[in-house]
Ligand binder design. Structure first.
Ligand code: URA
Length: 220
């Protein structure tokens, strides 16, 4: 793959590598899979929110008064998990960002065309200030890029600025990154692994298999 654009971040850290090795292993059971995935999710969310607006607040410690940086009550943040695998990211995101609005996106992949089929879109309209709202779209697998492009398009059509959208994934394919970055160059992509390629069924290689099946223990 050619040099990555500035707004594509691939997190690289020994703790992430260790947990990715657990997640990728086909013999890892559902509980260990989810625990390893949650550990990585914390780092991804930190990266996705490092520019979050903060305000100063006076706090009394047991010893004296000090000034701390705290979340701005006016901050307008939407976290948008793509069902179903995105929900595991969402649990951690809500823990860290309790003030965020959660906007569920329901889509599944048509196995023939590999195109996303929508079945749920929580909010038809963005009630927050459209110019200011920041959106973090959550999906562990950025594979063909079709669901990513569709979900980004959905937020832009509702008035969100392209530069205020972050797409967060655990594992990405070169094809998926290229598709999103070509279509929406201002969207930041944050991921913890850039894998080799996609197979003919749109699965990431080496990947981890079907993320939803592994999280929800629905492997036949
Ligand atoms: N979705 C998954 O769960 N896994 C892949 O490899 C690609 C898409």
């Amino acid at each position: 793959m050619e040099t990555l654009a500035k707004n594509i971040v691939i997190l690289n850290h020994p703790i992430i590598s260790q947990n990715l090795s657990i997640i990728r292993n086909k013999n890892t059971d559902c509980e260990r899979f989810k625990n390893a995935l949650r550990r990585i999710t914390y780092s991804l969310i930190y990266e996705a929110t490092k520019d979050l607006p903060m305000v100063k607040k006076e706090i009394e410690t047991p010893l004296e008064t000090t000034v701390c940086d705290v979340f701005d009550d006016e901050a307008q943040l939407i976290i948008a998990p793509i069902l179903r695998a995105g929900m595991i990211f969402c649990e951690v995101a809500q823990d860290l960002l309790p003030f965020a609005n959660v906007h569920h996106i329901g889509m599944y992949r048509d196995e023939e065309t590999l195109e996303p089929v929508w079945y749920y879109d929580k909010r038809k309209e963005i009630k927050e200030d459209k110019q200011k709202v920041k959106v973090i779209i959550l999906d562990p697998m950025l594979a063909t890029g079709n669901s990513a492009v569709d979900s980004i398009k959905n937020f832009i059509s509702k008035g969100v600025l392209e530069e205020n959208i972050v797409f967060m994934s655990l594992i990405s394919s070169p094809e998926g990154i290229k598709k999103v970055n070509t279509r929406f160059p201002k969207v930041k992509i944050i991921t913890s692994a850039l894998d080799r390629a996609l197979n003919s069924k749109g699965y990431i290689l080496p990947g981890l298999g079907d993320a939803g099946d592994r999280i929800y223990n629905t492997i036949d």
